[in-house]
Design a protein around this ligand. Structure first.
Ligand SMILES: [Zn+2]
Ligand SMILES: [Zn+2]
Length: 258
């Protein structure tokens, strides 16, 4: 007779959740390293010397960002496990399950709700107490680099990590649209911090730029320490009088003229 205890159902569940969280942490970390690395490389090619002398800053940004990946990985791992094991969440895979018009609508809904949550938590993080406690870490990057996209104190990382995992319980979304939401989140998170504009000037300085946030807008947030609190859209900043306009990137770092 062996007296090795077989795992109970609850230990097997805990193990499955831990493995899922670990896998999601690895995916988020890889996504961060590959995408920030690609944009850092693009910066080196397009604007040689822009990050020169900022090795210590970039190492610090990478350290905080990698710590944040575990905080993002935990809720994402729990939700991914629940989705697979119990059909939790309102993520759907059958494209015919809802009308096609719902695909862009759900994309916009996710971006608008994430933007609203970000705006208000970001404003809160700029209250002196919360700034000293948490948000100062993100603002230590002055100006930030492509590696600063996830450079957050753990408290701030929690506020960013819970949004999408909470939304998938509330608003139905096709799995491919969810992938698109995460891709936009990644590209804009990096693009807004890399110190140069990847979008054409006609977009940034035209009618669309009056409502969309790109590097020129967020650069000003980092320079001024207040105002321009939004993530994707300028709606809340304009509605609340906190929009301080576009930053003054040198002409060589503005986007293509086309
Ligand atoms: Zn801030
Ligand atoms: Zn920032």
């Amino acid at each position: 007779m062996s007296d090795i205890a077989l795992p109970t159902a609850s230990t097997a569940t805990a193990l499955a959740i831990a493995l899922s969280a670990l896998a999601m942490t690895a995916i988020v970390a890889l996504r961060y390293l590959v995408s920030s690395g690609a944009f850092a490389l693009a910066t080196r090619l397009r604007h040689p010397g822009l990050y020169r002398g900022r090795g210590a800053q970039m190492r610090r940004e990478i350290g905080w960002s990698l710590a944040s990946t575990a905080i993002y990985g935990l809720p994402a791992g729990i939700v991914a496990w629940g989705w697979q094991a119990h059909g939790w969440t309102r993520i759907y895979g059958d494209i015919d399950a809802r009308p096609l018009w719902y695909l862009p609508v759900s994309l916009l809904l996710y971006l608008l709700l994430h933007d609203s949550f970000f705006y208000w938590t970001h404003r809160l993080l700029h209250r002196p107490r919360w700034f000293r406690l948490a948000h100062a870490v993100h603002h230590e990057s002055r100006p930030p680099t492509a590696w600063a996209a996830m450079s957050f104190h753990p408290i701030e990382a929690v506020t960013g990590a819970i949004v999408v995992p909470a939304l998938v319980f509330l608003i139905p979304i096709h799995v491919a649209v969810l992938g698109l939401v995460l891709a936009i989140m990644t590209v804009m998170g990096i693009g807004n911090h890399m110190g140069w504009e990847m979008f054409p000037r006609a977009l940034v300085h035209g009618p669309a730029g009056r409502w969309l946030i790109t590097a020129t807008h967020h650069q000003r947030h980092h320079a001024a320490y207040r105002g321009n609190y939004g993530l994707y859209f300028r709606f809340w900043d304009k509605a609340c009088g906190t929009d301080i306009g576009l930053g003054d990137l040198p002409p060589s770092r503005l986007g293509p003229r086309a």
